[in-house]
Design a protein around this ligand. Structure first.
Ligand SMILES: [Zn+2]
Length: 325
């Protein structure tokens, strides 16, 4: 599906089969000499085919196209390795540009899974995660020479002048684009409207939830008329949604604290106490990959509580246990 949102600014919906996210919003901006594609879809045929057909309809020449990737997740970055040509610039936040090219290595994922094991994630479930994790299966497989971007850097294309806004939290270097004169915010997965962004543990970002909440306030201050998120519906009022997201995380923090009331627990044991927006009747029914995302999010909330002085964290027999402070 292609939709013209503003003159020369289009939304292209890229399907994400079997993902609860359903689809990715890729945004295409047409300039006079060059084009810009913001986020791409996963590195798989089911994304590549609709992307190629949309680019053909929009008359986009990839030899004159640059890319901006909001963050490292495979549904946003996966296809860039296939679409980018020798003349393309690939704008990407400095933090993630420093390590994403090494991400698909087996070693990176093994370390990841050992860490989750220390938080109680069972080994048999982990095997199923390994097979179904979108980052492991659908990342870009090509080394990319990124153009690293930082706070305030600008990208000009046609009548649009985008300013980079650093918003770590959902990922270690997540970045939004702001077009001040048109009051447009391209927000990746920093703000989503029909679902809530996953805030998980990152080895590269201590207390990711704290960063996330701080950066919600940062974009709250911007004057915005059109919010363009990475998934689902576009919206006008970012401030109302930010208030809801703040409350959502306060509730999750309360649920995590309540889970610790009858004694110390691993993040794996705390996770079923938290209300998840997923279409399953019980925690046991969650697909393994969704349990993995839920436990990551639980760790982020427990670490926030620890940094805040409301919880304690100890390692006993190679297991990380949280208790009330
Ligand atoms: Zn994401």
């Amino acid at each position: 599906m292609i939709e013209e949102l503003l003159p020369d600014l289009y939304r292209v919906e890229i399907p994400l089969p079997k993902s609860p996210l359903k689809a990715l919003n890729s945004y295409v901006v047409k300039g006079r000499d060059r084009f810009l594609i913001i986020d791409t879809g996963m590195n798989r045929e089911e994304c590549l085919r609709p992307m190629r057909s949309a680019l053909q309809k929009l008359d986009i020449d990839l030899d004159r196209t640059d890319f901006f990737i909001t963050h490292l997740h495979a549904d946003h970055s996966g296809l860039v390795g296939i679409l980018a040509t020798d003349t393309s610039k690939v704008y990407f936040n400095r933090t993630e540009a420093s390590f994403i090219n090494f991400q698909p290595s087996e070693d990176y994922w093994k370390k990841h899974f050992v860490f989750y094991g220390s938080h109680g994630f069972p080994e048999d479930e982990m095997k199923r995660v390994w097979e179904g994790h979108p980052g492991y299966r659908y990342s870009s497989r090509r080394q990319i020479n990124f153009t690293a971007m930082g706070e305030g850097d600008e990208i000009e294309v046609g009548d649009y002048l985008f300013r980079c806004i650093e918003t770590p939290g959902h990922s270690p270097g997540h970045m939004c684009l702001y077009e001040a004169s048109k009051k447009v915010l391209v927000c990746g997965d920093h703000i989503l409207f029909d679902i809530t962004p996953n805030i998980t543990h990152w080895p590269q970002l201590e207390n990711s939830l704290k960063h996330y909440l701080t950066n919600l306030e940062k974009v709250y201050a911007l004057d915005v008329n059109l919010v363009l998120p990475g998934h689902r519906n576009i919206w006008n009022d970012h401030r109302k949604r930010i208030t809801e997201l703040q409350e959502h995380h306060r509730n999750r923090l309360d649920e995590a604290l309540a889970a610790l009331e009858d004694g110390e627990k691993t993040a794996w044991e705390v996770a079923p106490y938290i209300t998840w927006d997923i279409d399953c009747n019980s925690w046991e029914e969650f697909p393994s990959v969704q349990k993995f995302f839920a436990v990551g999010e639980t760790i982020a909330h427990l670490d926030y509580l620890e940094a805040d002085g409301r919880a304690r964290k100890e390692t006993k027999n190679h297991k990380v246990l949280y208790s009330l402070a």
